[in-house]
Design a protein around this ligand. Structure first.
Ligand code: GLN
Length: 473
């Protein structure tokens, strides 16, 4: 009897390797779990009819890839040839991908198969998965609450045992904050180590594919598979330029005073203290770091992201992709297609971005945000060069909140307090499941590393992750 709530890729690979179970049987077990749970949770917005066929092919082919025969969930903004991908938006509801994303090609080569696509905030804008065209996803720990976002579908799918691992994306925290809310691992790689080709662009200079997994080890496995070089993504860093000096983590940067003084949930403050004490007990030296970058990051991000998004989303004009509303002339067609295809948050950010990039305002907003971005990046470089080997923070300022519980956009943006600086600088970061509040809601902690220390922070995370099965049922 397989317990999908706790089965890791590593364990599944052992069972498959020993012939205890076939990929078809394993996939069937997950499909049954989906059948039982997805009606309520809405983590998957489509289950692929050919999942079992792919499993049967894996069984026949006897391959040796590290993910051979392992079923996965894929966020709705990552392209799989011949499958729908819509970024959770009405404007792309009928769009079918014409090619495989680089990460999909690599996963296929490693033998993985895809069970379905997972729900998300529209175009990745949000922290709750409530802005999806397909309705909200619910948190498996407490279905009256959100799973976080924007990769909430992937997080809920992994946490509820519908799939052992899933891909998400992370532009400002979208893989880590949902992982924290659902009690699993969420990993955001060093910018440029995972190809963005075939990941629908939100803000190209911040976007990376992320991994949602049960353990840091599983995330590490998947990261190794997807982080190959890709000459078709101009921002992908050649292997020869990825520094690999594996430094042991001794000194850990902390935000003790900042966390204590901020308006964040008491359970998160307590959890952070507990984590710092555990780190100290394990022999790590804790170093208080300058916290100005966390204060600046929100303003910087909410200028840069809308600017890049307004440009990236200009391609959805009713001519080339997805939805087309028919009106008398071309201009009306653009206007009505976009007005009917985009949701409120997307419209808000397009307006903000277009304004910030307009003549007369570009220097005052976009220019200034970019200058601040350079400062934030320089601060991280200096910290890692001179003071610390890693930095730890809570992942989110609260545990999972109620569906409908946050109605103001600004309050929603505060969810990103700890996650944004990482994307702004492009460093790697993992959220590990650490503890829970009195109501049993999961609380995650973030481990931030220097550029290219992805494997090191994941190894470090292994020592501190608490793999409590958080799901209530
Ligand atoms: N919550 C952030 C936002 O709304 C992060 C999104 C993301 O990483 N895709 O932009």
């Amino acid at each position: 009897m397989i317990d999908t709530d706790s089965l890791t890729i590593t364990e599944a690979r052992k069972l498959l390797g020993a012939g205890t179970i076939t990929s078809s049987e394993l996939t069937q077990v997950y499909l049954e779990e989906i059948e039982r749970e997805n009606g309520e949770l809405n983590a998957f917005i489509e289950i692929y009819e050919d999942a079992l066929d792919s499993a049967a092919i894996a069984d026949k082919s006897n391959g040796s890839g590290v993910l051979h025969g392992i079923p996965m969930g894929i966020k709705d903004n990552i392209l799989i040839e011949g499958k729908h991908a819509s970024s959770g938006s009405k404007i792309l509801k009928d769009y079918v991908a014409s090619y495989d994303a680089h990460v999909i090609t690599e996963l296929k080569k490693a033998g993985a198969l895809f069970i379905g696509r997972t729900n998300m905030d529209e175009f990745g804008m949000g922290s709750s998965t409530e802005s999806s065209h397909y309705g909200p996803t619910k948190n498996p720990v407490d279905p009256t609450r959100v799973p976080g976002g924007s990769s909430g579908g992937s997080a809920a799918a992994v946490a509820s045992g519908m799939v052992p691992v899933a891909l998400g994306s992370d532009t400002g925290g979208s893989s880590r904050q949902p992982a924290s809310f659902c009690g699993i691992v969420g990993f955001k790689p060093t910018y440029g180590t995972v190809s963005r080709r075939g990941l629908m662009a939100l803000a190209s200079s911040l976007d990376q594919v992320g991994v949602l997994a049960k353990t840091c080890n599983d995330a590490n496995l998947v990261y190794t598979v997807i982080s190959t070089e890709d000459q078709f993504d101009a921002t992908n860093i050649p292997m020869s330029e990825r520094a690999t000096t594996k430094k042991e983590i001794k000194k850990v940067g902390v935000l003790r005073n900042f966390v204590a003084s901020q308006n964040i949930d008491a359970s998160v403050k307590d959890a952070y203290e507990k984590f710092l004490n555990e780190l100290e007990a394990a022999g790590h030296e804790l170093v208080e770091i300058d916290t100005q970058l966390f204060v600046d990051a929100i303003s910087v991000y909410y200028i840069i992201l809308p600017c890049e998004a307004s440009s990236n989303l200009a391609r959805y004009d009713g001519v080339r992709f997805g939805l087309r509303e028919d009106y008398v002339d071309l201009l009306e067609q653009y206007v009505y297609t976009r007005a009917s295809g985009f949701g409120d948050e997307v419209v808000r950010r397009i307006l903000l971005g277009t304004f910030s990039l307009s003549a007369g305002y570009k220097d005052a907003y976009y220019g200034k945000a970019n200058a601040k971005r350079q400062e934030i990046t320089a601060t991280f470089r200096k910290l890692f060069a001179e003071q610390v080997d890693a930095i730890v923070t809570p992942t989110a300022p609260t545990p999972a909140f109620k569906i409908g519980g946050i109605s103001s956009a600004l309050e929603m943006y505060m969810q990103d307090l700890f996650t944004l600086p990482i994307n702004i600088a492009g460093v790697p970061c993992v959220s590990i499941p650490y503890t829970h509040d009195e109501a049993g809601l999961p609380i995650g902690m973030q481990i931030i590393g220097d550029y290219f220390s992805d494997h090191t922070i994941l190894d470090f995370g292994t020592k501190f992750e608490k793999l409590t099965p958080f799901k209530q049922s």
